[in-house]
Design a protein around this ligand. Sequence first.
Ligand SMILES: Cc1cc2nc3c(=O)[nH]c(=O)nc-3n(C[C@H](O)[C@H](O)[C@H](O)COP(=O)(O)OP(=O)(O)OC[C@H]3O[C@@H](n4cnc5c(N)ncnc54)[C@H](O)[C@@H]3O)c2cc1C
Length: 465
Amino acid sequence: MIRIIGGGLAGCEAAWQAASRGVRVTLYEMRPVRSTAVHKTDRLAELVCSNSFRGDKLDNAVGLLKEEMRRLGSLVMRAAEESRVPAGAALAVDRDRFAGSVTRTIAEHPLITVAREEVTAIPDSSARQPVIVATGPLTSAALSADIARIVGSDHLYFYDAISPIVLAETIDRARVFRQSRWNRDVRGAGCAVRGSADSPAPPSCGGDDGQGDYLNCPMTLDEYQRFYDALVHAESATVHDFDKEKFFEGCLPIEVMAHRGVDTLRFGPMKPVGLTDPRTGRQPYAAVQLRQDNLAADHFSLVGFQTQLKWAEQARVLRMIPGLEQAEFVRYGMVHRNTYVNGPMVLAETWQVRSRPSLLFAGQMSGVEGYVESAASGLLAGLNAAALATGRPVSAPPRATAIGALAYYASHADPAHYDPSNITFGIMEPLLRPPRGKLDRKVAMANRALDALGDWMQAHAESAV
Ligand SMILES: Cc1cc2nc3c(=O)[nH]c(=O)nc-3n(C[C@H](O)[C@H](O)[C@H](O)COP(=O)(O)OP(=O)(O)OC[C@H]3O[C@@H](n4cnc5c(N)ncnc54)[C@H](O)[C@@H]3O)c2cc1C
């Protein structure tokens, strides 16, 4: 029997993987008995911010990670496909449908019991009765204290900020244009990666509607400068109880980016490259992208616009964006806590605690960053916990795979400067003879990864897959 604490992306994926291998699981989820500052429902696998699982092409590391997860029978990937909404070359979902699908599947599994209670201390574990902690970035205070006791001073906190969402009908369609960057749909070059007899062409290789899935708010030089000035002078919310403000580099608030230099945003979330304004026939000076946030298409989120500005300031400054002059905000951006362990100090690449192998960490808590990465670590932790429970050897896929590279990074990076990471090709094992072109290199890495995963799955057919 396995006990899993936390019914988020990682906990649900781990439960599914273990139960699919015939192991009984109890999944503890504290909502709705006790909620977090950010979750809104009692559903399992609730997406707390963006509805995007990011890129879905195989020339993109997170696209590759998703394909590996599909081949490993991921529940999160299956539910995401079922609830997919248009998002160009990305995989975005209707959040209600997604969480509903995961919740139903877990509840209906005969080997999984869901206990709705807060776990305040890590339960005893043993080789045949392992425990997985997957309580996420907003782990409750009591359990955080117990984790700190077990992992020691490596238990850290840092902070992220989330993007605002606007009501679609309040966007001025005369000022914005619909287009995906580079007109990229999901039928492009990334699909050059091979399938296999067991896993043919990636299911992600469908087309979009051809019109592009993003609404783009184009800016002239003057408009950008006025917006920039307003942003750097706007008032931020005071963050009282934050003992240490440390943001994840890939999720910086726009005002923090703006303070780094006048062009930082134009090279970040406001970059205009790959966009052509149909009214001028030219690339705008800067652009803000809006992405559909739910299936009904009545909510759009501002892509990459995490912010901790005061809400009134957000309304004032963001309404300077062309097309958002009358925007109504369904949700404002905000700052949140992020709790995680220092992976390289604590974990092995199987997601086991080195000093206590019957205890595993998974998800954001284990020192990875992002929905897909969290689910991926849950997948592997679930496989390994199932292996322990049935007396079989634990294992991690090779570093040539995205899922193996992520596990290796989280357990072997420099602990003195550890930052949770999204998956990138940069943390995967380099190619011995890399092709010249950037795209060819990525495709070669993806092909090698899928071959390596196939070999690993075959070698561990009994113990893991
Ligand atoms: C505000 C916010 C915005 C974010 N935005 C994004 C984003 O846009 N894109 C992205 O990729 N990632 C984002 N993240 C990171 C995101 O949380 C993770 O990528 C992902 O949700 C982590 O999955 P998880 O399973 O580790 O944690 P979660 O999905 O948070 O699941 C953990 C679960 O554990 C439960 N729990 C906590 N403590 C206990 C306890 N003591 N007992 C029982 N249950 C407990 C919680 O209620 C929760 O359901 C954001 C995080 C936050 C907090």
